[in-house]
Design a protein around this ligand. Sequence first.
Ligand code: HEM
Length: 459
Amino acid sequence: MKTAYALAGLPALALAFPGMMGVNSREEALQQLKETRMAEQAEKEKRQVLGGLLGSLTGTVGGVINDLTGAVGSVTEALNPDNKRPEPGYTFQAPGPNDSRGPCPGLNLLANYGYLPRNGHVNYGQVVEATARGFNMGLDLATVLAVFAILTDGDIPSQSWYLGTGPSNVGGLNRHDTVEADISPNREDYYLGCGNNHALSSRIFTQNVQFASQDPNKEFSLNAMGNQWAANGAFSVKNNPYLYLFPFPSIVSIAAYNFYPQFFSNGTYGAGGVANYESIASIIGAQFDEKTQQFEYVPERWPENWYRRATEYDAVQALTDGFTIIYPHNPIPMVFPQLANVQNLTPQDILCVIYEGITSITPLFLGGTVESGANAITSLVSLLDSAGLSNTTLGCPASAESQNGASLLYPNASQKGGPLNLPPTASDGNAGNNVYNKVYFTKAPTTPQCNNQASGVNP
Ligand code: HEM
């Protein structure tokens, strides 16, 4: 399985990162022409697909949900009782007002059951263990995510971070453009949400439910999530003047679309497990209110009789699903200069860029500007090495090594909309930690929503 994924090329990425402008030969010119045609064709198809997709989203949400709950639910996999979650001793408890929760439904849920500290202040070791036990996330994938969270949103000496906002509204996963990014599966963009990049958006999940209802098996399949990415991407490109796709956070954001079926299915997706409404809505904390026809954001919780996937899902699988299935639904150009002229990228190429970027990155510290000593970085790199992401294991070419990892992974961090020059938000009130039991964004925010609707209304 791992090998098959590893060998898969990622031609869609080449399309996203346009080739170098200089042309040295006729062959190159022809190649460029071919690529331009392909890009035009892809753009045309994208517009047709989007037009069709959005045009066909009709009917009341309640009706669509009945359709979804009626049609799915039968897991055909022989389920191993060892994979049932939660395990004895881990019980659901809604977070209290001072417990930190944020944009990641997976980590929020693990904290709600005590797999992670319930106060939401977590460290590397806890997260690696909890994500494996709770969801069967591979060590390399959990490590890459955790290392970035520590580097950009957390505390390096203690290898820890907050799931939402850190003390005094500083740091934590809510911090924009570091690990958290725009075009998320079910959160609004930082600018358009007026700083609320972390609460479940009722209107986006409504759209997601509708895409799932169009799926042949009525599931939140990879294809349904690809349609969700296409629609969300088109919305952000149109309405968010601060949209800037940084390589690392964008990769997280794209892979998060495949996390829906791959981690939240009941059973193993692709091997008899189902990415059904019952599992997804419960795990991401979307509670439908018949009266208002809106989704209230409630604490993330496993449904009854839920089984985690039986096999690990690792970094290479995540990148492959993300870039061969989700991203091609709407290949929005990204700034990824080092990969611009690579025609046949593999997930390893991308992991190499990430690995080598980290080895020389300047941390975007909590305040945003302080440089950290080399020792701290060395300790984080050793985490990547011990998770199997070393240079030698990946076979990264020496030429890909960067002298300046910060500009590789966060190019032009200070430009408009970048992590060191965030979009303006009129209200800090949306930075809050525990934001449950409210309805957020009943309508699409085409301009920043800083009123009650953005910060949530009591249902
Ligand atoms: C290992 C450490 C992890 C870190 C540091 C992390 C961090 C994040 C962050 C910062 C986001 C926001 C991304 C965005 O803006 O789109 C996010 C989103 C997400 N994460 Fe995690 N995550 C981790 C583990 C997990 C696990 C184990 C799961 C699933 C079991 C998961 C599932 C998701 C999903 C589905 C989203 C998208 C939420 C949405 O917008 O609908 N993550 N995560």
